[in-house]
Design a protein around this ligand. Structure first.
Ligand SMILES: C[S@@+](CC[C@H](N)C(=O)[O-])C[C@H]1O[C@@H](n2cnc3c(N)ncnc32)[C@H](O)[C@@H]1O
Length: 268
């Protein structure tokens, strides 16, 4: 009962909790369990398991171009490589990013970690034709799918794709005197702290700009580690979140949307 492709594995705290509750319910022998306990379990499953679908139903629909790109990404045979369909942010997070771009009036946007272009296209759809969206991606296969989608969509014309390691791209952008009103960080989690340092130290972030960081709940690992965790990514996110919280140059709020989205801005 979670939103998203039916064959995707759960990659959010809500999705994982839903799967666990379903698994517990399936393993209980109803005849041996107090009916009140079963009723509470069913209610917990319904509350948690229905949340994503309800949020999606109460959110403006994605454009046909975004729906087509999500389907294209879902059906790509990703195999055993580093990329997987679950990386795509999707309907509600895309709508959230588009709303942020619209209400802040951001005209210069940077994305670090584009994948097949879903979040970039969602943001580009809220930007005027003369606005500028730079999207960084290291994987050429992802870039090819994204570029195909951008070429087929009017919103995609705004997107300027930079292929290569994001840290190098950020240094090059700073050297060219570029700066951004809104930055979406969604690449390698171990790189987040370094990307934030580059954004602040090289003045890539406008004085009143906002950094939007994805996966800051990292499947619940920072506060509810499963056996074998924290993973490398879980540890990196826990460190990143602690570091942001301790930095008095910054103000931040972690929004429990999907796998967690933190908004950060400079203060003072
Ligand atoms: C979670 S996906 C991004 C999802 C995308 N923002 C969306 O909403 O669909 C992370 C992406 O970051 C890319 N990536 C990882 N390390 C990178 C690096 N050092 N430089 C640039 N891109 C990187 C990966 O290839 C992957 O496509």
């Amino acid at each position: 009962v979670t939103a998203g492709p039916p064959d995707a594995r759960p990659v959010t705290p809500v999705g994982i909790a839903t799967a666990l509750l379903a698994s517990v319910a399936a393993r209980l022998d109803a005849a041996d369990v107090d009916p009140d306990v079963l009723a509470d379990l069913a209610r917990a499953h319904s509350l948690v398991g229905g949340l994503d679908d309800y949020v999606a139903r109460c959110t403006s629909p994605a454009s046909p171009a975004l729906v087509a790109l999500e389907e294209r990404t879902r059906t790509e045979p990703w195999g055993d490589g580093p990329l997987e369909q679950e990386m795509l942010s999707g309907h509600v997070e895309g709508a959230f990013l588009r709303m942020l771009v619209a209400v802040t009036g951001a005209r210069r946007v940077l994305e670090v970690g584009m994948f097949t272009g879903y979040s970039a296209l969602a943001m580009a759809e809220a930007m005027p034709d003369d606005a500028h969206l730079v999207a960084c991606e290291i994987d050429r296969r992802a870039v090819a799918i994204a570029q195909e989608a951008f070429d087929a969509s009017p919103g995609g014309a705004t997107v300027d794709v930079r292929v290569g390691p994001a840290a190098e791209t950020l240094s090059r952008l700073a050297g060219d005197g570029e700066w951004f009103d809104l930055v979406f960080l969604d690449a390698d989690k171990a790189g987040y702290a370094g990307y934030l340092d580059l954004l602040l130290d090289l003045d890539l972030l406008a004085a009143d700009g906002v950094v939007v960081v994805d996966n800051t709940l990292l499947q619940g690992e920072p506060w509810a580690p499963a056996a074998g965790s924290p993973s490398v990514n879980g540890a990196a996110i826990a460190d990143f979140n602690a570091r942001v919280a301790a930095d008095d140059r910054l103000e931040q709020v972690l929004v429990p949307l999907r796998d967690g989205v933190t908004l950060i801005r400079r203060v003072g």
